[in-house]
Design a protein around this ligand. Structure first.
Ligand SMILES: [Zn+2]
Length: 129
């Protein structure tokens, strides 16, 4: 995965939120999620290969929902062994509150990744010439 003429892999391009076509250009205008108001601002075209990033149907809403549900389940994996969840007290409510809080905190990333996932699905994983 050296910088240069070799095309970075689709997986590393995906993780780094790069263009689904060349895996080099950034998908988002801002590399960080801040400022939050612009965290979802996408480039119209890839700065490296000119791939059209913006698509009318690219909202990723359904994927975002799936990712959020996934985070809720992942929270269960660490919360349960550490704090324990039982029906005998309010622990299930504490878990739900904590879990919802984590999901909300992660929203900027989830929303960005849901768009990147959509882009990659649209371009075909590892696809593009
Ligand atoms: Zn590109």
């Amino acid at each position: 995965m050296e910088e240069g003429s070799q095309k970075p892999s689709a997986i590393s391009g995906f993780v780094k939120m790069r263009c689904p076509n060349c895996h080099k250009g950034h998908v988002f205008v801002n590399k960080s999620i801040f400022p939050l108001g612009k965290c979802l601002a996408m480039k119209d075209n890839c700065s490296e290969c000119g791939y059209k990033m913006k698509n009318e149907s690219n909202n990723g809403g359904g994927i975002n929902y799936a990712l959020t549900v996934m985070v809720l389940f992942l929270n269960l994996l660490w919360y349960w062994p550490i704090f324990g969840i039982t029906y005998k007290d309010y622990s299930i409510y504490y878990f739900l509150l904590t879990s919802a809080g984590v999901a909300i905190l992660l929203q900027p990333w989830l929303m960005r990744y849901s768009r990147v996932i959509y882009l990659y699905l649209f371009a075909g994983f590892g696809g593009g010439k």
